[in-house]
Design a protein around this ligand. Structure first.
Ligand code: DP6
Length: 369
């Protein structure tokens, strides 16, 4: 149960957090009818700990503007409607937002237009900052009469962060964002396979994952750096009246149960099967919706074939997954990193847009900066 905080905001208090993006292994694709951002099926993801948004939030006295937003310290009007909508949605659990104006600056440590889920990281970082402030983790920046000429460090009075609340709030901004809070794989959506799982927020697996699946990394092979031809939100809506929707939701739930078992038993072959099949199912749903979309590009397929050939010939633990776009996420056990980066640099990078790829460790949670 997520409760409304009774925190009274202090003007001049500020906090800065970074939050990772994440990549889904079992995909969230389709929302429950009648709910607000509730998933039609459970999903599971790994955080991309090196691909982060960093957000700074400062509390200003209430003015006519609810939000003063900059991205990389420059105005970014295009992002404001989504952020204002986010603030409206989270105000019931953070009623203090009605009493203040927020000054927010956000940056990403990965380039824009690379198809990395920047809204997951950005909204996750913003939700983290809001919960950090009401947990007393903000730092007073104003030296003034009230502060008796001293800076007040709220950390002395802080309460533990409520990560479920951060996840709940992030979800209201963007569904997949709610899975960026945890070091272990994060499950969002109610499933009997995971204790405490919920449609309202994500939880992390409550057991140590098998050593075979520890220390994996993701190399995001940038096939198309352009804007997505269909937004995720529009993509989810295509599942309404989709002839295969119910079968897909059932299949995703089964895959979720299986992959949770795999995280316990370390069956890498089965892991690869589930992850690759999920990626192809996501794209199959897009290809069979009305209207239909083909989000892969020729180089997406070329990369998948290269990855399959490499795995066949070396037996190494690597596989691919896809987002709702053309880029290929190459997931691999970093025990073999030298070989795999050599493979990327000789056989794969020619298929990437401007020979670009971005690498990240898997697992990782928001950090105070
Ligand atoms: C294909 O979370 O971006 O990445 O909830 O409408 O903001 P909204 O959609 P979003 O959808 C992500 C879909 C996906 C799969 C996944 O991350 O599970």
């Amino acid at each position: 149960m997520i409760t409304a905080s009774e925190w009274q905001p202090e003007i001049g208090v500020k906090t800065t957090w970074s939050c990772p993006s994440n990549i889904a292994l079992v995909k969230y694709w389709g929302k429950k009818e009648g709910g607000k951002q509730l998933p039609a099926n459970p999903s599971i993801s790994w955080s991309l700990s090196d691909l982060c948004a960093t957000t700074e939030v400062e509390i200003l006295p209430k003015s006519s503007e609810r939000l003063i937003f900059t991205f990389d310290h420059a105005p970014k009007p295009a992002f404001e409607p989504k952020l204002l909508q986010f603030l409206d949605l989270v105000t019931p659990v953070c009623p203090w937002l009605n009493q203040v104006t927020l000054k927010v600056n956000s940056t990403n440590n990965f380039p824009h237009g690379t198809g990395i889920a920047s809204s997951a990281a950005g909204l996750g970082a913003l939700a983290t900052c809001l919960v950090a402030l009401e947990s007393g983790l903000g730092k007073q920046t104003t030296v003034g009469v009230e502060a008796g000429g001293n800076t007040v460090d709220g950390a002395a009075l802080h309460r533990p962060m409520d990560w479920k609340k951060v996840s709940y709030m992030s979800r209201l901004g963007s569904g997949s964002a709610c899975r960026s809070m945890y070091g272990l794989p994060a499950v969002w959506g109610e499933t009997s396979a995971v204790n405490g799982s919920s449609d309202q927020y994500a939880v992390e697996l409550d057991f140590a994952i098998h050593p075979n699946l520890q220390g994996w990394e993701d190399c995001v092979l940038i096939v198309d750096a352009g804007e997505k031809s269909v937004s995720s939100t529009a993509g989810h809506a295509l599942l309404k009246n989709h002839p295969y929707a119910e079968a897909r939701f059932a299949q995703a739930s089964e895959n979720l149960t299986s992959i949770v078992e795999v995280f316990g038993n370390g069956d890498v072959k089965r892991f690869i099967e589930i992850v690759e099949s999920e990626a192809l199912q996501l794209h199959a749903m897009m290809q069979t919706s009305v209207p239909y979309y083909l989000l892969m590009r020729p180089n997406t397929l070329a990369l998948i074939e290269k990855i399959w050939q490499y795995r066949e010939s070396t037996g190494q633990a690597i596989c691919f997954t896809l987002d709702a776009g053309a880029n290929v996420h190459l997931l691999f056990d970093a025990k073999n990193k030298l070989d795999i980066m050599n493979f990327v640099d000789t056989a794969l990078f020619n298929y990437c847009d401007n020979k670009r790829y971005l690498c990240s460790s898997l697992g990782g949670s928001p950090k105070e900066c």
